[in-house]
Design a protein around this ligand. Structure first.
Ligand SMILES: Nc1ncnc2c1ncn2[C@@H]1O[C@H](COP(=O)(O)OP(=O)(O)OP(=O)(O)O)[C@@H](O)[C@H]1O
Ligand SMILES: [Mg+2]
Length: 328
């Protein structure tokens, strides 16, 4: 086994039967590996096959073909042993026991992963406080708000300290503060404890902030796989925006018209000049043109490429190339 690879997914496929004679290929020959301590994103539009992949990793559903090794252990053939190193928060609200209290849930799930709840009392208390659930410690899960239930679900996954944590849409339904705190927490446990975190999310700011590497799935197949910073670089055409007081002179207009990447638009007695290019000499050229006629520059701003844009471009590119249709 390659060093440090904690999860190895090889050529997995899954077909669901919808009704007689009609099938959907939810996962179509997907392979990837995740290293120890890595925060790995599993991305893709609705129906791409993310949750199906997550469920296959947790051995909750059987695939048609392929193999998944957790720490080198086959998750179907040696299910119990393999699953000892995985905690998961799945999509939806069935991750916790409704009739158990907050504390009981934490104790129960830790025990499921072989931890003695008494011995990790401090850790349980830590997560109760971290997720702001102290007041609700003795309240049954069914009586928590939706966001609190989600926090408890994440806490139950974290408290057992397994090597791999799978989170399907963890920040969905959380308030802004909690969402930010969880990002920090995940980064910290990956770094400090070497925990491997696999996350699916539609929140691209979460991806940009915490994921090191991602795969993007569409119609059950991988259409991109790389480090987030590399994918960002692919679309790194810098974009600048100048706001100038008043109108441009006709000479300035003429000069700008000659440059393809530059667009000048008049707006409320101001002129907005934008240009999309990584070419910095063009930036100085614009300044020169403005300076020559003593134009007053009110502001210059730079628009950074963000991961949301990168994601959209990759999906659109895949669709254009007619990447496989999901229905077989
Ligand atoms: N139990 C099921 N029976 C039949 N079809 C299913 C079942 N579960 C998922 N599918 C289908 O498999 C495909 C992939 O679904 P999946 O839930 O894995 O997508 P996803 O990437 O998690 O999407 P989302 O972002 O909406 O959560 C979809 O076409 C879905 O309709
Ligand atoms: Mg899903």
């Amino acid at each position: 086994m390659e060093q440090n690879i904690l999860l190895k997914v090889s050529n997995i496929s899954k077909t669901y039967k919808i009704r007689k004679g009609e099938w959907v290929k939810a996962v179509d020959d997907i392979s990837f590996s995740v290293k120890k301590g890595e925060i790995f994103g599993l991305l893709g539009p609705n129906g791409a096959g993310k949750t199906t992949t997550v469920k296959m990793i947790c051995a909750l559903i059987r695939g048609d073909s392929g193999e998944i090794l957790v720490n080198g252990i086959n998750n179907v053939k040696k299910r119990t042993k393999a699953l000892r190193s995985i905690s998961a928060v799945l999509e939806g609200n069935r991750n916790i026991y409704w009739r158990l209290t907050v504390r009981e849930n934490l104790e129960f799930f830790a025990a499921l992963k072989g931890k003695n709840p008494q011995k990790i009392k401090d850790k349980i208390d830590y997560y109760i406080d971290f997720f702001n659930l102290r007041e609700k410690e003795k309240v049954t899960a069914s009586n928590l708000s939706r966001g609190m239930q989600q926090k408890l679900a994440i806490a139950t996954a974290l408290v057992s300290g397994t090597e791999i944590i799978l989170l399907d849409e963890p920040t969905l339904g959380l308030d802004v503060k909690a969402s930010y705190e969880i990002r920090d927490l995940l980064k910290r446990i990956a770094k400090e404890n070497g925990t491997t975190i696999i996350i699916t999310t539609h929140d691209m700011s979460v991806v940009q902030e915490i994921c090191e590497r991602v795969i993007i799935i569409n119609n059950g197949a991988i259409i991109a796989e790389d480090r987030v910073e590399n994918l960002m670089k692919l679309f790194d055409t810098k974009s600048y925006r100048f706001v100038v007081e008043g109108k441009l002179t006709s000479q300035q207009e003429e000069l700008f018209e000659k440059i393809d990447q530059v667009v000048a638009v008049e707006k409320n007695s101001k002129t907005e000049i934008t240009f999309n290019s990584a070419d910095t000499s063009l930036f100085y050229q614009i300044i020169e043109v403005l300076k020559a006629e003593n134009s007053i520059i009110e502001s210059i701003s730079q628009k950074e490429v963000n991961f949301e844009k990168v994601f959209m471009e990759i999906i659109e590119e895949g669709d254009k190339n007619g990447k496989n249709s999901a229905v077989v």
